[in-house]
Ligand binder design. Structure first.
Ligand code: TIU
Length: 225
């Protein structure tokens, strides 16, 4: 049964069997002190407002049987997949691979790379490690989605203007219809969050749709006719 919710620039429809929830990078490295986000000079508490809406959206998506994908930005321990231009963007001591209170910054297998406990993946959900900002680049995400016949994406996570927006732009160019769930996303810069969302739904939905979690959750909770 097709579900529908109000969004900008217009209603978003989806078939739960052909829709996935993608939660972008809700990792300790971005949300907790001492990780990559803090090393970049950010106030990590700015991201905390997205946790409860993400958790509610995740619960509703699970109950509706959506494919659930959790992404994590990070690099191999030997940093062979980390471009020097990304590595050297931060000062020594605060770089990717440097030791921090949650282990080596933005490195796979370290405590900081984990998804925060409130949003921990369950068995059967896809955990997708990505070396870049976009979830399609250098990953098998497109293959996973096409194999399931997925055509619509609900997108949440952090940060709105960086990894969420990059993923939505990549997905849109590949033909996926993306609905960004506004309060389930956050930025270290509230003004960037607002601008990024506006850029997505402007011009008739140039990159996709934007709606609050309450609207998406209500549609997920509708009982099949
Ligand atoms: N710095 C920042 O806003 N974001 C990132 O580096 N990665 C993600 O957005 N996940």
């Amino acid at each position: 049964m097709l579900r529908r919710f109000e969004a900008l620039p217009g209603a978003f429809t989806f078939d739960p069997a052909r829709c996935a929830l993608i939660i972008i990078d809700m990792q300790r490295d971005f949300l907790e002190p001492g990780g990559f986000g803090a090393a970049l000079g950010n106030d990590v508490t700015q991201l905390h407002r997205a946790i409860a809406p993400c958790a509610a959206l995740l619960a509703a998506a699970r109950a509706a049987g959506l494919l659930v994908i959790h992404t994590r930005e990070g690099h191999r321990p030997d940093l062979t997949d980390c471009p020097p231009a990304k590595l050297t963007r931060s000062p020594p001591g605060l770089r990717i691979g440097d030791p921090g209170p949650m282990g080596r910054i933005l490195v796979r297998g370290e405590a900081g790379h984990d998804i925060i406990p409130e949003l921990a993946p369950t068995l059967g959900e896809v955990v997708l490690d990505k070396p870049g900002k976009g979830a399609f680049w250098a990953t098998d995400l497109e293959n996973i989605l096409r194999n399931r016949g997925t055509e619509a994406l609900l997108v949440a996570g952090v940060t709105t203007e960086v990894c969420v927006s990059t993923t939505v732009r990549e997905g849109n160019d590949r033909g996926f219809r993306c609905a960004v769930i506004s309060d389930a996303c956050a930025s270290y810069f509230p003004e960037f969050h607002a601008a990024a969302l506006a850029m997505i739904h402007a011009q008739g939905g140039i990159f996709g749709w934007v709606a609050p979690s309450a609207a998406a959750i209500a549609a997920l909770e509708e009982s099949p006719a």
